[in-house]
Design a protein around this ligand. Structure first.
Ligand SMILES: CC(C)(COP(=O)(O)OP(=O)(O)OC[C@H]1O[C@@H](n2cnc3c(N)ncnc32)[C@H](O)[C@@H]1OP(=O)(O)O)[C@@H](O)C(=O)NCCC(=O)NCCS
Length: 196
């Protein structure tokens, strides 16, 4: 059965998710955003509890903000998967996550709640991705990588196989991660170093 979907967050990321919802033959009812002047906004975020029989997805790129909103409201969350994403049969993807165009998720990977697997990202076999993670466009996570809650992998970054990255870590665009990282912080470069 087709679903009615309300998107929380009406900026560019929200528009991309709206496109995925429509391509999945579901219906976008509108956007909720505290800035009512944005295009397509039908109410403030707090209004979500007034809507019955609809699904919601939090379209906010910042991992902490997305978590704060997702945990505040007891509502049904939608999982958005672009029809061009290639996802192996046994992959588990939890509620509220978006998988964008041309992303690839290979066998035995597990993706948590409210994650963003962005355009063209590659999540290889056996990856364990916790909740509220963002894997940016064209980032590559090689086989059996683990990524902790709230971590952001920047655009085009590469994470070598078997690497463990902890929670609340930012990996800069274009970085290459060759050693485990557990201390929260920002890491850039090839190979990565902590940005002080
Ligand atoms: C790593 C990052 C978070 C740092 O942001 P920031 O804290 O605002 O850092 P600044 O831009 O002030 O830069 C600080 C220093 O780090 C360097 N730097 C910043 N990002 C870098 C990167 N990705 N790789 C290498 N060096 C980087 C800057 O050149 C600067 O160096 P300097 O002090 O010698 O001049 C950010 O640059 C980044 O890469 N974000 C990921 C963006 C992304 O992938 N978005 C996807 C959205 S879909």
């Amino acid at each position: 059965m087709n679903k009615d979907v309300i998107i929380i967050g009406a900026s560019g990321h929200g528009k991309v998710i709206a496109d995925i919802v429509k391509k999945s033959s579901d219906k976008v009812i509108g956007f909720l955003d505290d800035d009512l002047s944005k295009n397509g906004v039908i109410g403030k975020i707090d209004d979500c509890i007034k809507h019955k029989d609809v699904y919601f997805i939090v379209a906010i790129g910042d991992n902490k903000t997305r978590k704060m909103i997702a945990e505040k409201y007891i509502i049904k969350y939608y999982t958005a998967i672009h029809p061009t994403a290639v996802i192996a049969e046994d992959v588990i993807i939890d509620d509220g996550t978006v998988v964008m165009a041309n992303a690839v998720i290979n066998p035995s990977a597990k993706i948590g709640r409210h994650c963003i697997i962005n355009t063209g990202a590659i999540v290889e076999h056996g990856n364990q991705i916790a909740d509220y993670v963002h894997v940016s466009p064209n980032a590559t996570l090689c086989g059996t990588v683990t990524v902790g809650e709230g971590t952001h992998i920047g655009a085009g970054a590469v994470v070598n196989h078997n690497i463990e990255i902890g929670s609340n870590i930012t990996i800069g665009a274009g970085a290459t991660v060759v050693k485990n990282i557990d201390k929260p912080g920002v890491y850039v470069g090839v190979p990565t170093r902590e940005l002080k």
